[in-house]
Design a protein around this ligand. Structure first.
Ligand code: Q9C
Ligand code: ZN
Length: 340
């Protein structure tokens, strides 16, 4: 199975995040990718660079003004004499909704972000755009006839909506891949999000659409990030009514309950009649993940991949989270094994 990877991911480095009241080095670190690459090289997977795409190819799911903000934000920050990580400190919360982008870069940052855990550093744009190109390339490989392709995306994407970033995500790689598959002629596309955290961005992008099904298994938003979306009663709206399926699970969920929920999601995708599948592949469901609370072991990721591959749909897998760096390679390779 083709792996698409760009070394430009490493340009996104050195960021800090607000974590339990402290500024700490970002859990979403470049060495995650080194570990995944090593595991995939050991499995003899063919690894290639992403193709070139113009910035406009991001506008299939993202607002052009939002993309321009991400592209120019760090230069604007430097013009104000600052360095290090950009983090927002004020947000248009429920009582401040004017839906107006402030002129200054600090206000604009708060307008577009939804947390103080997603730093923009000097190389963030380059890395995020390269990550999106990995997903687009994987989608086009599948459109050209590959049975499956894996985009080694970093930074991840599923928390980013059309004009909102957060949760370590800037551009929504999985949504870009799903939309590219639609554009290539797959009439019905399903996104299966198995990251520990709810894929609020992907859900939002496709919420009112009946042609893209979104199914997600995740830690319940009652206690888990991103807190405000991912409840079971979110089922889509308008033409998308019934095309969103949320399966929130309690902290501590282990394989037996997880596997049952996974089968519910897979049956729904099958019933939807998906012509192609995008998997938001987070492995932060691992028992030793430092910021998550499920209890899956490395062997369970192999079983997970086998069940997903049994859907027998042309499949793009895009890397999302996973922060237990020592195990991330084995866990990702475990899911991918059934697609090899
Ligand atoms: N600072 C993904 O897995 N955590 N994103 C906020 C700790 C944010 C996870 C509290 C977790 C985002 C792609
Ligand atoms: Zn996650």
């Amino acid at each position: 199975m083709h792996v698409v990877h760009s070394p430009l991911h490493a340009r996104h480095a050195g960021g800090v995040e607000l974590h339990r009241g402290q500024l700490v080095p970002s859990f979403e670190s470049p060495d995650r990718i080194d570990h995944i690459l090593r595991a995939l090289q050991a499995a003899n997977a063919p690894i290639g660079l992403p193709r070139d795409y113009p910035i406009e190819s991001l506008h299939t799911v993202h607002d052009p003004a939002f993309v321009a903000f991400l592209r120019t934000a760090y230069a604007r920050w430097q013009e104000e004499g600052r360095s290090g990580s950009m983090l927002p400190s004020g947000f248009p919360a429920r009582s401040l909704r004017r839906d107006r982008v402030p002129e200054g870069v600090n206000g604009a940052m708060g307008y577009y972000a939804f947390d103080a855990g997603t730093p923009i550093v000097e190389g963030t744009w380059e890395a995020a755009f390269a990550s999106a190109r990995c997903a687009l390339t994987a989608a086009h490989l599948v459109a050209e006839g590959e049975r499956a392709a894996y985009a080694l995306c970093r930074p991840p994407g599923h928390h980013a909506a059309g004009s909102v970033y957060g949760g370590y995500c800037y551009l929504n790689n999985a949504a870009l891949a799903a939309q590219a598959l639609r554009g290539a002629g797959f009439a019905r596309v399903a996104v299966l999000d198995i990251d520990y955290h709810h894929g609020n961005g992907t859900q939002d992008i496709f919420y009112a659409r009946g042609d893209v099904f979104f199914a997600s298994l995740h830690g319940t938003p009652e206690t888990e990030y991103p807190y405000f979306l991912g409840y079971a009663d979110e089922r889509g709206e308008g033409a998308g009514e019934g095309a969103t399926l949320n399966l929130p699970l309690p902290r501590g969920t282990a394989w037996a309950a997880y596997a049952q929920a996974l089968d519910v999601a897979l049956r729904a995708i099958d019933r939807f009649g998906a012509d192609a599948l995008v998997v938001s592949l987070g492995v932060d469901t691992f028992e030793d993940d430092p910021i998550s609370s499920f209890a899956l072991g490395t062997a369970h990721f192999v079983e997970m991949g086998a069940r997903i591959a049994a859907l027998r749909r042309p499949t793009v897998l895009a890397q999302e989270g996973g922060y237990a760096v020592e195990a991330i390679g084995a866990n990702v390779a475990g899911v991918l094994a059934a697609f090899a």
